[in-house]
Design a protein around this ligand. Structure first.
Ligand code: ADP
Length: 158
């Protein structure tokens, strides 16, 4: 079995995230999307809201599941004996950050490999934080997020 994790905040999930998930679902037997819950971070959507959205969104792919995790990602990987972590990169800024993160994870757990997947050019400008900001000004986010996420953003920004 070739298993991988795709961790992130997904606050909220965007079409960029979903594109990585779709492409990764074809590469691995099983993909676990890890909704990170870091107690020191403030999120716009609660972990449960992010999980509910993600579980609905991954329904088309039978080999993709989603969970909430509030410890180190590598601890989940150790526990589940998963060696591959997928990360998406939109450009050089993402890459330098992701590269450092992968070095840190490798130091924590040398058995893991980080696989970088480049964004689809259609989605390279999509960033959860900008989408949240746009939604707060009632901007149109329908080309950036799945419809259920657009609705959730509208509910939070009446
Ligand atoms: P962000 O708030 O930057 O969207 P997340 O923690 O939710 O970040 O992202 C989870 C993973 O998805 C990260 O590896 C991030 O680089 C990647 N990602 C985020 N947006 C995109 C996108 N538009 N295209 C490809 N990968 C993306």
């Amino acid at each position: 079995m070739f298993k991988a994790v795709f961790p992130g905040s997904f606050d909220p999930p965007t079409l960029g995230h979903m594109n990585i998930i779709e492409r990764a679902s074809f590469l691995f037997d099983e993909l676990v999307v890890i909704i990170a819950e870091n107690r020191q971070k403030r999120y716009f959507f609660s972990a449960q809201e992010r999980l509910d959205m993600m579980q609905e969104l991954v329904k088309p792919w039978k080999n993709v599941s989603a969970i909430i995790w509030d410890h180190l990602i590598v601890d989940y990987m150790k526990q589940e004996n998963i060696r591959l972590m997928v990360r998406g990169v939109r450009g050089m800024d993402d890459f330098s950050y992701e590269f450092e993160l992968s070095m840190m994870n490798k130091a924590l757990y040398p058995h893991i490999e980080t696989l970088f997947m480049t964004t689809d050019p259609k989605y390279f400008v999509l960033r959860s934080s900008s989408i949240r900001e746009l939604a707060s000004f009632h901007g149109d986010v329908s080309a950036m997020v799945p419809p259920l996420v657009a609705e959730a953003l509208h509910r939070k920004n009446p």
